[in-house]
Design a protein around this ligand. Structure first.
Ligand SMILES: [Ca+2]
Length: 164
């Protein structure tokens, strides 16, 4: 009888271990960002970074998981316009602004601009010196991107591809 209990106990432990293994892994990512001219960056709907000076890149350590959604509200106030971001993990570039993995969208409610509607479209590459500012601070390269309007709304999802 004691053996049965032991087996049940061990199976329970195994199940716990498997469950723990399925928890989305948390990745510590140091994010460098700046926008010409100002931005707010939200992680899953909560603003975690913002800046108003494109000549200085901001940096912050964010803990990201599979399925997390980064949304950015970018505002321009004339001349060049663009947003640049480099997220590094263990000092290597991990998520970086580019035309391929970032999208743009039009929020249904501008007061809840971080809520992404069903339809998103590809963002466009922009030309603004803010890219060099962020690249210099992070020590690696990135593209400068923009959406369709002003403000522009940008989106990056942490996908399976990022985690593997
Ligand atoms: Ca500008």
């Amino acid at each position: 009888m004691k053996k049965v209990f032991l087996v049940v106990f061990l199976l329970g432990l195994l199940q716990l271990a498997i469950f723990a293994g399925n928890e989305p892994k948390e990745i510590a990512c140091k994010v460098f960002a700046a926008c010409d001219n100002s931005y707010e960056l939200a992680l899953n709907g909560k603003v975690v970074m913002s800046g108003k000076d494109w000549t200085k890149a901001d940096s912050k350590l964010l803990k990201l998981r599979l399925g997390d959604i980064l949304t950015v509200k970018c505002c321009d106030s004339g001349a060049a316009a663009g947003f640049a971001l480099i997220g590094k993990v263990k000092n290597k570039p991990w998520i970086v602004t580019d035309k391929g993995s970032w999208r743009t969208y039009t929020p249904a409610d501008i007061n809840k601009w971080w809520e992404v509607p069903g339809e998103t479209t590809p963002c466009q590459e922009a030309s603004a010196p803010v890219g060099e500012v962020v690249s210099k601070k992070a020590g690696s390269n990135c593209a400068v991107i923009w959406g369709a309007g002003n403000p522009s709304y940008l989106l990056r999802t942490i996908s399976e591809e990022d985690i593997k």
